[in-house]
Design a protein around this ligand. Structure first.
Ligand code: PAF
Length: 291
């Protein structure tokens, strides 16, 4: 595995792979690699000949400096996991390598209105930070295929729009959310949960499943969401949002749509957990009823 820390070396690596006419798969990460990341890598390996992973904790997408400072950085452990996973290369740029002129005056890629809704409203500027770094990484790595996780469903939607609106040629592949046996979505932030919080944490996923069942059972969107929010607060969570939206624009919906999604962000003490669940309505024609 080639460990690449600067842009000239990355360009050399990319040229050598192009020379061998190998298809490049790319998994961008912020490190602290877990089973969810390994599944993304496995997916990339099935779709490409050479897989490169980037590890960069992108300051541009953190609106809270304490959250950025606390984000787990586990380079040695990550490199071991990547080596074992058989990736061809890992790109580990420093902040000055990616943002040589600092962050204040950098040209940013605006994530548009989609980036201001739901998670974007809770974390202003977050998706513009994501869109900017992903654009830079795509330009540098020039992947044939890039793999992202459905756990960050709104991020996936932003990146789909980014690729479509800026005429990028990269193919996107989306891997389903990886969960612990009790349903908790695997995330780098789970390590901040203490034993009692870890016991409570699967309630986030349970709230989504109960809400999906409630919608399937014919309850209104408003009553379903109110019930799910109430239930989650009873379990000890401070709910940032629990919403039902369409799966493309992430606009909140008050009636069922053919491709809908339930999204939640909730805090347990100082730990913020997010999760989501696709709610596909099999018979859109039945949506005419006033739900
Ligand atoms: O999902 C992540 O880990 C990050 O948002 C990403 C896509 C690597 C951009 O920094």
């Amino acid at each position: 595995m080639q460990v690449i820390r600067d842009i000239p070396e990355l360009r050399d690596w990319r040229e050598s792979v192009a020379f061998d006419a190998r298809r490049v798969g790319f998994v961008p990460t912020m490190g602290n690699l877990h089973a969810g990341h390994l599944a993304l890598i496995d997916h990339a390996q099935r779709r490409a000949d050479a897989v490169i992973v980037s590890i960069f904790v992108n300051p541009l997408q953190f609106e809270d400096p304490d959250d950025l400072a606390r984000y787990p950085r586990t380079e040695e452990h990550d490199l071991e996991r990547l080596e074992r996973a058989g990736v061809a290369a890992v790109f580990l740029p420093t902040e000055p390598e990616l943002y040589p002129h600092g962050q204040d005056e950098i040209v940013r890629v605006d994530a548009g209105p989609l980036g201001d809704r739901l998670e974007g409203a809770a974390r202003p500027g977050h998706f513009t930070g994501v869109a900017t770094v992903v654009t830079k990484l795509f330009n540098l790595v020039q992947p044939d295929v890039a793999v992202f996780g459905e756990k960050d469903a709104q991020q996936v939607a932003v990146i789909r729009r980014l690729v479509a609106d800026l005429d990028m040629t990269v193919e996107l592949a989306i891997e389903p959310t990886h969960r612990e046996p009790d349903g908790l979505a695997i995330s780098s932030r789970n390590r901040f949960l203490d034993a009692e919080q870890r016991r409570q944490a699967p309630a986030v996923h349970r709230a989504l499943k109960r809400a999906a069942e409630s919608l399937a059972g014919g309850h209104t969107v408003a009553a379903t969401l109110a019930g799910a929010r109430h239930w989650l607060s009873q379990q000890g969570f401070a709910v940032d949002y629990l919403a039902y939206c369409d799966d493309e624009r992430f606009e909140e919906q008050t009636r069922l749509v053919p491709h809908g999604r339930l999204l939640v962000a909730a805090r347990l003490g100082g730990v913020r957990l997010i999760d989501n669940l696709a709610v596909h309505t099999p018979h859109p024609t039945s949506l005419e009823s006033d739900r």
